[in-house]
Design a protein. Structure first.
Length: 245
């Protein structure tokens, strides 16, 4: 089948391979045939492995890059670098295409730049869920066993649920926060029976806020901004604020 786009000389040829229902697309310019999913997805489907490098002496990202270039040779250690760029928080991020490469790069960087830099591989954080309005006899010690006993139809595995802490709201409603695996999260996002109650389980999301600059998504130790009051946005700390509500 040949399709011609109106008003354009470019041609897109779709050929259906034998044994599959997915069409192959010949891109304009004759750049070879790909499965439609490959042509649309491109490099987005590739899994990347990330390493963050930070300075021990508050060096700028550019200085961190120069130190890495001076002491680390990707060709010698046979590591392919996909991304090498500065971040706003003063760190440098490096991406490779394999777990083995990123682990070797982390080890080599920490060994050769021990006094100046610190490298850490990105690890996926497990989702946190909150169980709303639970009974007082449900605690961090018995939550997992209770869920496993009362929801056999979910086929949950012991060890995939880690209860972290519980707390009471101003209305004296008790909630409990737990950490779970990605697949377990999909199963638990619903209403669940706990003893005699029906409890709702939702994602527990708390934004990280810096105590120094009052901005979000980073911590005080990584802050490179100026002191800003979270109440009045002045150049002082919250304790020093004289703003009267």
């Amino acid at each position: 089948m040949t399709a011609k786009k109106h008003g354009s000389p470019s041609l897109i040829h779709c050929q259906e391979p034998v044994g599959t229902t997915e069409s192959r697309v010949t891109l304009p310019g004759g750049r070879g045939a790909k499965l439609y999913s490959e042509a649309v997805g491109g490099e987005k489907n590739l899994k990347r492995f990330k390493l963050t490098v930070k300075s021990r002496d508050n060096h700028s990202p550019e200085t961190i890059k120069e130190l890495l270039k001076a002491k680390i040779n990707p060709t010698e250690i046979k590591v392919g670098i996909h991304i090498f760029k500065s971040l706003r928080n003063g760190k440098v991020i490096i991406e490779t295409n394999s777990k083995e490469e990123i682990e070797f790069l982390e080890k080599d960087t920490n060994a050769k730049c021990r006094g100046d830099l610190e490298a850490n591989i990105h690890t996926l954080t497990k989702p946190r869920l909150i169980v709303l309005n639970i009974r007082e006899d449900i605690s961090t010690t018995n939550l997992e066993d209770t869920l496993l006993a009362q929801t056999p139809y979910l086929h949950l595995r012991k060890g995939n649920i880690v209860a972290k802490f519980s707390y009471k709201t101003k209305k004296q409603i008790q909630n409990l926060v737990m950490k779970v695996g990605a697949q377990t999260r999909k199963l638990l996002i619903q209403k669940i029976k706990l003893v005699w109650q029906i409890c709702k389980i939702e994602d527990y999301v708390v934004a990280t806020r810096c105590f120094k600059c009052s901005r979000f998504n980073h911590r005080f130790r990584d802050c490179r901004g100026e002191v800003t009051c979270p109440l009045c946005a002045g150049t002082h700390t919250l304790k020093e604020c004289t703003y009267d509500l």
